[in-house]
Design a protein around this ligand. Sequence first.
Ligand SMILES: Cc1cc2nc3c(=O)[nH]c(=O)nc-3n(C[C@H](O)[C@H](O)[C@H](O)COP(=O)(O)OP(=O)(O)OC[C@H]3O[C@@H](n4cnc5c(N)ncnc54)[C@H](O)[C@@H]3O)c2cc1C
Length: 447
Amino acid sequence: MVGAGFAGVECVRRLERRLGPDEADVTLVTPFSYQLYLPLLPQVASGVLTPQSIALSLRRSRKYRTRIIPGGAIGVDLKAKVCVIRTITDQTVDEPYDYLVLAPGSVTRTFDIPGLTDHAFGMKTLAEAAYIRDHVISQLDLADASQDPAERASRLQFVVVGGGYAGTETAACLQRLTHSAVKRYPRLDPRLIKWHLIDIAPKLMPELGDRLGRSAMEVLQRRGIEVSLGVSIEKAGPEEVTFTDGRVIPTRTLIWTAGVVASPLIATLGAETVRGRLAVTAEMSLPGHDGVFALGDAAAVPDVAKGLGNVCPPTAQHAMRQGRKVADNVVATLRGQSMEPYIHKDLGLVVDLGGKDAVSKPLGIELHGLPAQAVARGYHWSALRTNVAKTRVLTNWVLNAVAGDDFVRTGFQARKPAKLKDFEYTDAYMTPEQVREYVEGSGRGVS
Ligand SMILES: Cc1cc2nc3c(=O)[nH]c(=O)nc-3n(C[C@H](O)[C@H](O)[C@H](O)COP(=O)(O)OP(=O)(O)OC[C@H]3O[C@@H](n4cnc5c(N)ncnc54)[C@H](O)[C@@H]3O)c2cc1C
């Protein structure tokens, strides 16, 4: 099993429950010892939740018998049935398999925009969320200390690119943070703080429909966030960002959340892909390679409920359910039974805009304001896998509602490189040829 996200952990836990101890050994390759509850990441960035509360331990119970290899898979040789792994101490090891389940998720999608990977922050890992929080608070601290009006202006403008749920929630949650924080900085003029949310698409979160999309937009605009649609980034620099409509925004904070692409691990297989995601059957198996499965953000799983030609969108909702179904299909293959297709009708979308603001569309019902917030938080809370995580998250929410935000800048990562390219390790992967050479060199190759 590769990847301990929504898909991987659901799959592993089900395999542990369904397989007898002598029936199979389960091995999980994961760089981290937790499952990250990504939808609540913007709330970590804004400090509503502590990082620990959305990092669900993989070692909570003695019942968990899976062997965990701490590292990342950097290549797969489908012919030799070997997975090549780089451990967290940078050793390269190979792991032969009989069955392989690939759930390495996705990485931030970037484009060939000058300066983008050098100057933009991502919002895809716990480290990035914690870093952005410190960075935003440090901009207030530095602007407060500065005597230079130009420096103040550039430190107090913030740009978020991506009008999907990740970008919208990030802009909304962080704007709330700076809005509350500025009251503690009497020397700073609150009117200088400006958040921009931009997207090349003509609509914000089109999956919400026109009415709710407009409602989300009104909430953001009421809070002073400038939403620009049909606009992207022309170039990015350390102290300014140029929009495609010609505006030049002085800023030291560019957050890039403009979509995801499948993990680079998928390309190492040399197999067919659909827009970078591994092409699999409705049973999530890889055609022509018995015993290999892929799911979640990394795979193009046919969306049978929507009809022919549709592929499941990269959401946690699908990844979790695919995880359970893949486990059942692995067990079925192992026992010589037939596999079943993955079928799930989308339950809708919830978008937490911070405080009492939210928009949600559960089962097609359009909600906004407090009812939407109750549904959004209730949904995420019930989807957290462990009771300890549920308790931590609920306690954090209550504490935040009662005691308000806090503005502590921890400084742990202050001088570390922390841009898009520094957190996702996208250059760690092998090419298909390097994988073959490595596996042959290790004596496991198939000629
Ligand atoms: C900010 C944000 C907000 C979101 N909000 C929502 C939402 O409200 N609702 C919703 O349904 N979805 C939401 N999503 C999308 C959702 O989180 C993803 O679709 C979901 O996490 C996909 O699950 P997965 O298991 O495929 O990947 P992930 O959950 O990303 O898990 C992949 C795992 O694989 C590990 N990994 C990566 N590479 C390797 C490797 N080479 N070897 C071993 N392990 C590896 C990673 O560390 C990670 O643990 C959001 C995403 C983000 C970023």
